[in-house]
Design a protein around this ligand. Structure first.
Ligand code: BV8
Ligand code: ZN
Length: 257
């Protein structure tokens, strides 16, 4: 085990208050494309930042709703990976832990994380674009083939179009979630950032708040990101391999290690 992994294990083993901050790379090994890779098939010719916007939904609701239905179907078929399970293990062991995710899938919940803070909403919380009333998640009538336009359902109360329950570019993050994330990052002694490109704001501020206020920062990512400069320890590798090894080294020190 390299020095970086030993340093990370030391930091995690001693942590009293940890924030785990995750991005789309967390779900990559579950077969859920990362945000930048989620544009295949019909949506290939779009840029995520153009499709994940209120304007795109207004212009062509069926195109955007179809993309989210396809992504929801992908998540339903996926299973949490060993990285998600390791995150839940960290939450169980560190006295005070807060999981903050940018992901809109439910894989953290399905791996046992009780209450992730969803900064960018969820694929499983559609609501009315008019009166904001929560709407039921459409059950799978048929496999939304990659690239089908699907007209969004109508709101039972005001019959406006139902929209995905995610935060689009140009939209404010849910105040409660952002405040909880900033509060946790301001008071933690360790922040573990996993699988995020650190490009989207204000979410990308969270690790920087922790670092500024004296927390140690560990990054898990196979590639370099802007967060390299705030990380004390960089573990270069995929979450589903790195996180279980980190948990073992921090607490269960396998015999003879
Ligand atoms: C707002 C939900 C204002 C939707 C998402 C110029 C400068 C600064 C900011 C801006 C700017 N121009 C515009 C802005 C603001 C904009 C922004 O930050 N733009 C960026 C692109 C510059 N932000 C916004 O618009 C935000 N709102 O600012 O509102 C406002 C304020 C008040 C009142 C009104 C308005 C809203 C942003 C939220 C957008 N919604 N998601 C959906 O999912 O469809 S963002 C989306 O992309 C994800 O949720 C995620 O947060 C983000 C980035 O994705 P990542 O999770 O990082 O994934 P990514 O694909 O990027 O990278 C994957 C990483 O995993 C990579 O690093 C890869 O190496 C790694 N990886 C791969 N495999 C693995 C792995 N890691 C580990 N293991 C592996 N196996
Ligand atoms: Zn309504």
């Amino acid at each position: 085990m390299g020095q970086a992994a030993r340093d990370a294990a030391e930091l995690l083993g001693q942590a009293r208050r940890v924030v785990i901050f995750t991005g789309a790379g967390m779900s990559a090994e579950s077969g859920v494309p990362t945000f930048r890779d989620a544009l295949t098939g019909l949506w290939r010719q779009f840029d995520a930042q153009a499709l994940a916007t209120p304007d795109a939904f207004r212009a062509d609701p069926a195109l955007v709703w179809g993309w989210y239905e396809w992504r929801r179907a992908t998540v339903r078929q996926a299973r949490p990976n060993a990285g998600h399970v390791a995150v839940a293990a960290i939450e169980a062991r560190v006295p005070s832990s807060v999981l903050v995710t940018q992901n809109v899938d439910d894989l953290h919940e399905r791996a046992g994380s009780a209450a992730p803070v969803h900064l960018h909403g969820s694929l499983f919380a559609p609501h009315c674009s008019g009166c904001a009333q929560p709407a039921p998640v459409p059950d799978l009538t048929e496999e939304p083939a990659e690239g089908r336009r699907i007209p969004p359902p109508r709101c039972a109360r005001c019959s406006a179009a139902v929209r995905p329950g995610v935060v689009w570019f140009g939209e404010a993050l849910p105040t409660e979630a952002l405040e909880a994330a900033v509060e946790a990052a301001s008071t933690c002694d360790l922040l573990l950032t996993v699988g995020t490109s650190g490009l989207v704001y204000p979410a990308a501020e969270i690790p920087q708040v922790a670092a500024r206020l004296g927390a140690a920062v560990i990054q898990v990512n196979p590639e370099e990101t802007p967060l390299d400069r705030v990380a004390d320890v960089n573990l270069r590798g995929p979450a589903a391999r790195v996180l279980p090894a980190l948990v073992d080294a921090a607490w269960d020190r396998p015999h003879g290690a």
